[in-house]
Design a protein around this ligand. Structure first.
Ligand SMILES: C[S@@+](CC[C@H](N)C(=O)[O-])C[C@H]1O[C@@H](n2cnc3c(N)ncnc32)[C@H](O)[C@@H]1O
Length: 271
């Protein structure tokens, strides 16, 4: 007979056990985030009032969220949002969930002089462009993506957050972005061969075209560099093992390391 969940404490224990059994890496954290979302409270409230009773509706909401997570759907898609820098972005399966390592690009945009123009190519949810616009209102920020669905998500995020970023539908670098002082890009960089070995959260739920770029994963990056004007300054996110290859595409290149000490973003000029 199924256990009857009566309190927050029971719900957290039951969800944690179910998610652990499903192979989730952080079952307790995921359980708490999903339950807090279903109850419409902050996660901390689960700890301050663990004996609170669940209404039948709240219980149904928890059950549905835990069912989806047990199918290895990412928490961010289930709750429909993800934090990036100081922003809360709406995300859904049409866009990549922004990753913490992408925040490293901040080191590049913080160096720009007031009035500079920066373009974010492959903007996805709009994460990078919107964070720049939020943190550096003195810059002019534009963005683009090859996916129509991603452009819709990014534009909706820009509207909701009230950030003045124009977002175009374009593969590579749009013509109107070629006079930007800096192009930032977290384009796909997973190789065809790596894709099947990635976790189910990625392979079964995130858009393949947001992640995979050819045999060595560098097709989209190479194409962007090939069409950018000579001398254009670019900052490109990549996998650590691709750092030397990306540096070889650029002049005067340097690579920044992420918090784990891995080579993650290469900055340089287009030859
Ligand atoms: C790895 S995701 C990154 C999304 C976002 N920049 C972020 O960091 O969360 C790559 C994005 O680039 C887009 N994309 C893929 N190939 C592209 C190309 N050749 N030109 C422009 N955008 C591309 C995908 O649709 C996807 O939204």
């Amino acid at each position: 007979m199924a256990t009857v969940v009566r309190t927050v404490r029971d719900a957290v224990a039951g969800a944690t056990a179910a998610l652990e059994a499903a192979g989730c890496d952080t079952p307790r954290l995921d359980a708490e985030v999903l339950i807090a979302d279903a109850l419409g409270v902050e996660r901390a409230a689960l700890h301050t009032d663990p004996d609170a009773s669940l209404t039948p509706e709240a219980h149904a909401g928890v059950t549905e969220r835990v069912r989806r997570r047990a199918m290895r759907e990412p928490v961010a898609y289930i709750v429909g949002r993800r934090g990036f820098r100081g922003l809360e972005l709406a995300v859904d399966p049409r866009v990549l969930i922004p990753r913490p390592e992408t925040e490293l690009l901040v080191e590049v945009w913080l160096e720009l002089r007031a009035g500079s123009r920066v373009h974010d190519a492959g903007t996805g949810s709009g994460a990078v462009a919107l964070a720049i616009a939020d943190e550096r209102p003195d810059l002019r920020v534009t963005a683009s993506d090859a996916s129509r669905a991603a452009v819709e998500v990014a534009r909706a995020n820009a509207r909701r957050l009230g950030l003045p970023v124009e977002i175009a539908l374009a593969r590579g670098l749009p013509r109107e972005a070629r006079d930007a002082d800096l192009v930032v890009a977290n384009l796909p960089y997973v190789s065809e061969g790596e894709w099947p070995g990635l976790p189910p959260e990625i392979v079964d739920h995130e858009p393949r075209e947001a992640l995979v770029a050819g045999v060595d994963g560098l097709d989209a990056i190479r194409a962007l560099v090939a069409e950018a004007p000579h001398g254009k300054r670019v900052a490109l996110e990549h996998a650590p093992h691709q750092a030397a290859a990306v540096r070889s595409l650029l002049g005067d290149a340097r690579t920044l390391r992420d918090l784990a000490g891995l080579e993650r973003v290469t900055v340089g000029g287009v030859p």
